[in-house]
Design a protein around this ligand. Sequence first.
Ligand code: XMP
Length: 533
Amino acid sequence: MSLTEPQGSPVAAGPLAGSDGVVTEQVVVLDYGGQYSQLIARRVRECGVFSTLLPHHVGPDEVARRKPLGLILSGGPASVYADGAPRLDPALLQLGIPVLGICYGMQLIARELGGRVEGAEVGEYGRSQLTVHDHGRLLADTPDEQACWMSHRDTVFAPPPGFDALASSTASPVAAIESVERGIYGIQFHPEVVHTPYGQQVLRNFLINICGAAGTWSARSVIQEQIERIREQVGDGRALCALSGGVDSSVAALLVHQAIGDRLVCVFVDHGLMRKDEGAQVISTFKDHFHVPLIAVDAEERYLEKLRGVVDPEQKRKIIGTEFIRIFEEEAAKLDGIRFLVQGTLYSDVIESGGGTGTATIKSHHNVGGLPDDLEFELVEPLRSLFKDEVRAVGAELGMPERLVWRQPFPGPGLAIRVVGGEVTKEKLDVLREADAILQDEIRRAGLYRELWQSFCVLPDVRAVGVQGDERTYGNVIAIRAVTSDDAMTADWARLPYDLLEQIASRMINEIRPVGRVVLDITSKPPGTIEWE
Ligand code: XMP
């Protein structure tokens, strides 16, 4: 499936794209399967230029249809000589727009246009030193000697005829090429990673000086453009949004509210599995602060009843998911004439659900807050072209409280999947909520909240002996789980300072009566998962 036919949505429009995918100022990044392709797309946006990431096989017509100002060919894991390696369609070099090849992208260009590319004896991986002989247009305003990040075995030994060789590196005789006349450029190094300190300058040279982009894309321009799009789509209709309290659905709801005002109605289902005070915070933020029409459903008892006696994690997820849909449908049925449903789908979801080149790992979508496909709504997905950090920037620009903008991911089934090994009861949830509140409080105070992908507590169904005063106790065990991650696909356990851990453990045991012992989970993903079940 290609990104040009977004899945599951009758409305193909991205936030900045009309239904035809054409936007005023964009650059297309063709993904040749490199691990950094998404990062390239993000770095382009950080230069103030909207970017679209497309699989390499979409072909020149699809690229041209989007009327981009420039084209970037990403890196990729293949050798240009390998059987089945992605090829370069020469028509991509004849679209009349500047082209920049990065790593594999540069090798494809060099090979196609008659340069000499060969598999080298030794590869060049990691930090390398770049020596610039001729800055040309591409390397303008960067030093003669600079560090860069390399990851390749095939190497360009001679540029194609008519091209200037701009730089060399430790193991690459030709590490940057350009032909101003043909508007074709190439770099062997990765400008998108932080280990290439002048990488952003090189990208800016390409985007602003060579492609002529204005570089004015920003959270503010996203909001303006998106509001127009939503108005165009919804007309004088009404829209419904299932608010979870997470950053994605919150930003989506606020954008739509700015566009159509009170013709948006939000439904927030408090399943009683939220963290401490979270339900109240969602209600006060949206209802009192932003004055968004909000139906808040207190469904705690209903959920506890359904979860009684259930221990199996997948059964829990199923029950919670089904109940959510039921409640949402009940509320929707009470409202007349609603044709649109707002969803906080992100660009990474779009890419993961088939927009990549087949090399991307497919994430299992176990989002129990998800709604079934057969709901008869037209989807409004204002975040469909945005990466998570861009959604946060839009949220901040819309005046969302910092706490909400930077909220760590929280699973749809909430604390229910953190009460493990026994049935979920109100008492256990309360213990877990208190422990979690202490953990979050201490982590925020230590200034570490944003550095962690997630931090939370788990309550296993075991008790441990202790002594408190002169008494022997038999208390709950709380496990602390804190991880760093970029995308939840892999994660590392966070090395929280010992003093902080001590403070957390001692507060939990002193302040929460049933808690007798605190342990730390030091499992990475893989082999573990982030959640315990
Ligand atoms: P795991 O535990 O698979 O989690 O490493 C990866 C990410 O997904 C979240 N997660 C869920 N999110 N419903 C959700 O909406 C779920 O059932 C669910 N299970 C795990 C988890 O918190 C982590 O961010």
